[in-house]
Design a protein around this ligand. Sequence first.
Ligand SMILES: *[C@@H]1O[C@H](CO)[C@@H](O)[C@H](O)[C@H]1NC(C)=O
Ligand SMILES: *[C@@H]1O[C@H](CO)[C@@H](O)[C@H](O)[C@H]1NC(C)=O
Length: 398
Amino acid sequence: MAMDHMNIATISLLLLLASTAHIAQSADFDVQSYGAKPGADIAQALTSAWKKACAAGGSSKVVIPEGTYKSGPVTFEGPCKGPIEVQLDGTLQAPADATPHKGGGWLVFLRVEDFTLSGTGTLDGQGTNSYKANHCGPNVNCDLYPTSLRLDFITNGVVTGITSKDAKSFHINLFGCKNMTVEHVTITAPATSHNTDGIHIGRSSGITVADTTIATGDDCVSLGDGSQDVTIQRVKCGPGHGISIGSLGKYKDEQPVSQIKVLDCTITGTTNGVRIKTWPASAGAGTASGIVFKGIIMDNVANPVIIDQGYCPYGQCKAQIPSTIKISDVTIQDINGTSATAKTIQFICSKGVPCEDVKVSNIDLTYKGSEGTAKTVCENVKPTVTGTQNPPLCPEGE
Ligand SMILES: *[C@@H]1O[C@H](CO)[C@@H](O)[C@H](O)[C@H]1NC(C)=O
Ligand SMILES: *[C@@H]1O[C@H](CO)[C@@H](O)[C@H](O)[C@H]1NC(C)=O
């Protein structure tokens, strides 16, 4: 009897010790303990803290406390032994020089599972010098500047709270990711900056971008080939080029784009609202299907809704050869507000592979400018129309 009690007490104590040990496994790795000092370049401290945290097992966290730090490029490589978080509360400044990089990134997270990037801090790409220099224009072989935050092959991840400003090129790029959420993030760059896309997603699935504000000189959110099951909701865009699927068809062996939802977004003062763009004389036969644009408020947006299968900037393609990218199952619903151009809805579909199953419902877009009355364009498409349509969608005889 006494022996049994003893055993129970011992077991309880062991359980208590085990649970304490478990809590102790969740460790913080403060970069200041690895030599980081405000004002100095902390790339080395970041790398050391990451390596320790990544190898620690259990849940571990790299902390960048308040203060302004500089950092050259850093690759944070997984896989790690357990879930890992980087809490950025300070400001990290990229080098201010404008040296192009071939396909590089400033901060690259690579092959990490159960990843969180959180905090109230800022990634400052210090892109001002590169905006002056960087204008590839028609030059297809021109080197690009580094993306501020590259998330490559991340599975089960969250990016939340942080700000990204003045990236030299894209702000955040997701490639090969699965099950990632980007939320409560703020992205800013000057309206005149080149190629400063807010969030670009490619070859990734199960991605949510939510409750985020993006003001840049290029696309707010852009979705490249292989984007599948992506939801963009409650995002505020502008200035910039709006939310874009594509461009598709520039390269060979592109993967399908499917199940994309853009919901409850507000787009202000951009050069496009919601867009699907594909290249003529496409390099392959890709597809974009299962696309929903719903509940979008447009405020002074040029080209509020546009499918452009003749996308050929700087005459970089044979524009007379129709695009071979098939667009189908597109829903455009509950879109209200003001257009900055007379063309409110434009479907410029491919003569080679017309758009199929395009549904348009409840549109109220007004235009008050010198280009005359608001109008719509329907080329190589027979949309299904329900609910209100202002302006009328491609009425007979126009
Ligand atoms: C997706 O990622 C989140 C955040 O890391 C995680 O909580 C969730 O369990 C993951 N979902 C699946 C289906 O793995
Ligand atoms: C657009 O206006 C209609 C009618 O007033 C309204 O029911 C709908 O919720 C509005 N949608 C948006 C996105 O504002």
